[in-house]
Design a protein around this ligand. Structure first.
Ligand code: NAP
Length: 285
């Protein structure tokens, strides 16, 4: 079984895409160019990443048709009113050098700054943001919409308020952070779960269990982690990588299959491990 794409509704979403957080300038352009050349057909960016222009330049300059790339961007925190959604997406389209997005996500729960559980007073109602996104679907600027960084409650709220289907929820998902309840909700309601930080920001790279499993298949710890993520039904992964070797390795995860026992052995939910990896990543970034 390879599962190189996850089919949701009418579209095949490549199971491994390229994450671009912290890729900037020429590094970003080169990484996206290389990724497309190696066979990636799924790229994740965000208004907040300050790299949409480089992503767009790379796609436009490649030999791959725009129609063959599944391109996602995300609304920045300040762009939640109807007017700001419309205006900011037009700017994203301009920077990305395209006339449509495959997927537009709300980056964080409305009115909530990253990592804060508190909803700010006076924040734009979620219903207004979702209605503005639906306008964009209606006029073809956006093909699908979704959310990010929400659990079952947030996803349920978005689904109940949206006139167009919530196609995806993008959340952290890796061997230290397996969201079983959220995943089963997503499967029940046909929502794709996009796994960000599948390598736990690099925190899984020296994981002994992943390395040991990998030796059986001639794969690295990183490859085993990505395989583990995409082997979950209805999940795709968007590892970030900069150079050709990492980019190539992360796509080379479809010629082996983890056994059920290995899947269980690899999953070790641990907030401590996830937090330590996040902290290391913040220090190095
Ligand atoms: P990640 O993909 O879990 O890990 C990236 C790190 O792993 C980088 O340091 C990278 O190094 C390294 N790496 C990649 N492939 C490797 C390989 N084969 N061998 C060894 N090291 C490897 O981290 P992430 O950037 O946090 O998450 C991925 C993407 O998810 C982001 O870029 C972004 O698109 C998305 N994301 C979304 C949200 C959200 O709020 N929606 C939050 C976080 C992330 P090099 O760069 O040197 O290759």
């Amino acid at each position: 079984m390879t599962r190189e794409a996850v089919t949701v509704g009418d579209v095949d979403v490549p199971a491994v895409g390229l994450g671009t957080w912290r890729l900037r300038g020429d590094d970003c352009r080169r990484a996206v160019e290389t990724a497309l050349e190696l066979g990636y057909r799924h790229v994740d960016t965000a208004q907040a990443y300050d790299n949409e222009r480089q992503v767009g330049t790379a796609i436009e300059g490649s030999s791959v048709d725009r129609e063959d790339v599944f391109l996602t961007t995300k609304l920045d925190g300040g762009n939640r009113s109807r007017e700001a959604v419309h205006r900011s997406v037009d700017r994203s389209l301009d920077r990305l050098d395209t006339d449509y997005l495959d997927l537009l996500l709300i980056h964080w729960p409305n009115g909530r700054p990253p990592f804060s559980p508190v909803r700010l007073p006076g924040a734009t109602p979620l219903s207004e943001t979702l209605a503005a996104m639906a306008d964009l679907v209606a006029d073809g600027r956006v093909r699908r919409i979704g959310v990010s960084n929400v659990g079952v409650r947030g996803l349920d709220e978005a689904r109940s308020l949206s006139d167009v289907p919530i196609f995806a929820n993008q959340v952290g998902f890796n061997p230290y952070l397996e969201r079983r309840n959220l995943l089963s909700y997503c499967r029940r309601h046909d929502v794709l779960l996009t796994a960000y930080s599948p390598l736990c920001h690099g925190g899984v790279l020296d994981d002994e269990v992943l390395a040991a499993v990998g030796r059986t298949y001639g794969k690295t710890a990183a490859q085993v982690a990505i395989r583990w993520v995409v082997q979950h039904e209805g999940v795709r992964a968007i590892p970030k990588a900069t150079g050709r070797d990492h980019l190539r390795a992360n796509l080379d995860v479809f010629d082996f299959e983890l056994t059920e026992a290995e899947m269980e052995r690899i999953r070790r939910p641990s907030k401590l491990r996830a937090l330590a990896a996040a902290a290391r990543s913040r220090l190095s970034g």
